[in-house]
Design a protein around this ligand. Sequence first.
Ligand code: ADP
Length: 381
Amino acid sequence: MPSELPALYPLGIVGAGQIARMTHQAAMKLGFTPRLFAERFDDSAAQAAPDAVFYHPDALAGFAEDCAVLTFEHERIDIGLLQAMEENGSLLRPGIETIRAAFDKMYQRRVLKNKGFNVPRFSEVRGPDDVLDFAASDGFPIVLKTVRAAKPGERGVWIVENRSEAMKVFSEQSDQQLMAEEFQAILKELVVLVVRRPGGQSRCYPITEISIQDGICTEIRTPADIGTRLASEAKDVATSIADELQAVGVLAVEFFLTTEGLVVNELAARPHNAGHFTLEACPTSQFENHVRAVLDLPLGPTWANAPAAVTLNVLGTLDGVDPARGLPEALAVEGAQVHLYGKLPRPRRKLGHVTAIGDDIGQARDLARRAEAALHGRRHI
Ligand code: ADP
């Protein structure tokens, strides 16, 4: 905060993509301006924050000193650096344990398994022969994953059918630590967003169902089409995980629903792409509740204001045309809310999203599809 302004809530956000941008907007709504630690001048959130600090290797520690509370829009931060910041008196929310669990998938699996949560069978693998050993009990396919959470746009998951496919992944990912995981026959992919204050008060948002094709999220629907028993089980598991990790802020818990029941897939210790619907469909958005939680302010209600919501990502197309060109047509789709992140268009880059609410999923989906198609100069039929 510039020294002439009283910093009643001096919050720093590390990272300046669209998650930080929407978190920044939520903080502004509450009347204060968080500081941002950005990597580039044209980062999505940096465009809204004239005093953003730009990345250079030693700048983060100094940035931390100027903020009473630090939160993060991604988990890819050196743990040693976080420890140094904490020793220097910075309040990290979420804390190091939660960030480590979100960043390092092996660590995350071990912690969750040791605490009795249901995770897929997993093992560290150093080469294709280890994958063969892993496959010995249940056979192929096997899922290979980078241990470190992938950056946006980077691939971090491969489903391999035999040793030679595994070998290909190892040779292409020679600089990455990999783990093997039992392939899950997924019926549905679900996300529970829990928001938790430092003292332990927490709330869950309505459960969301995501569709994934070729590793890309193609649709986010709320509420998930599951029964109330399963929904309350998923919320209980997600809340217990947040409590075990002493998470602060939003913790997104991704589940696979299989014929055997719920399996925890992964954790994200921040507002999540699957929670953008909360901006339109809930009294308090995931971004505002994240800000409230990390500043230890009372949480807002998280129930659904509408029977159904559908969110579609707006991805860059191969022709590189900026979807902002389709804004007039997209805004003419009444009932759909368009969010563009101010990013340069690149193929498959996440440039924005569209959310529509409706009386049912079909109605909301139709509106969202019409607006998304309009952004790309297409007509949805
Ligand atoms: P990312 O960090 O890239 O989101 P995830 O672990 O969530 O990685 O995996 C991405 C997608 O890959 C999942 O949403 C799911 O569709 C598929 N996937 C991941 N793990 C498994 C698994 N063990 N079995 C089957 N599919 C999986």
